[in-house]
Design a protein around this ligand. Sequence first.
Ligand code: GUN
Length: 284
Amino acid sequence: MSAQLIDGNALSKQLRAEVAQRAAALTARGLKPGLAVILVGDNPASAVYVRNKVKACEDVGFHSVLEKYEATLSEADLLARIDALNNDPAIHGILVQLPLPKHIDDHKVIEAISPLKDVDGFHVASAGALMVGEVGFKACTPYGCMKMLESIGLKDLRGKHAVVIGRSNIVGKPMAMMLLAANATVTITHSGTADLAAMTRQADIVVAAVGKRNVLTADMIKPGAVVIDVGMNRNDEGKLCGDVDFDGCREVASHITPVPGGVGPMTITMLLVNTMEAAERVAA
Ligand code: GUN
């Protein structure tokens, strides 16, 4: 059996078209959704991500502002910029690209963003809202993974066992909370897990979010499992690859996300969805 691919590019295209329609409708009412993206320093990967985010905003008809600063920017100056954007009515979402230079406290910066504009979903208020089932912005990568599951008919996960590999604040933990909110039975595994394969073999859905190649191999999944690969790594030839042994797992799984073209494009798509929602909340 060869697994069906969950195509993140195709799903993104469809969701972005819906966002573009909503943006046009709101703009016609005099409110154009606006996203501010802040980049500090010259991390080349961050520069690419940020460019892609701004380009995606333009494509769906958002107003977007890219603020680039030298790596020497002080924490106080960054906090002052965030304060100004929090109070800027043309801006509905604020994203500070991570990582930040070492002299700046990430946590302090994220907490300075108004939860009403926290379209990354990284603020403790957003994480807490997800935990207790209140309205708040969901972290974009796990939110995109949920949309991918929904696209193959997995919306209510009652009776399903989902195993998440990784416990980061930006993917693993919010992923587990979203799966739980959809009624899945959820197991979170991590570097301290004694027998990872014993866990993943029980899973109907596996989400791999570790940042290491071949964390999940064909012998570790049950036939028909759904495999979502959040990883973005380079193999020995410098080619982009995920955390999952794709060629092996695709012979056992029922559905699998490719890398590239899987979760990656969905992250930016959900940033657009969150920004759209932020603007609509202001208009409501
Ligand atoms: N760095 C890597 N991924 C992300 C992301 O999704 N948001 C932000 N702000 N920084 C990142």
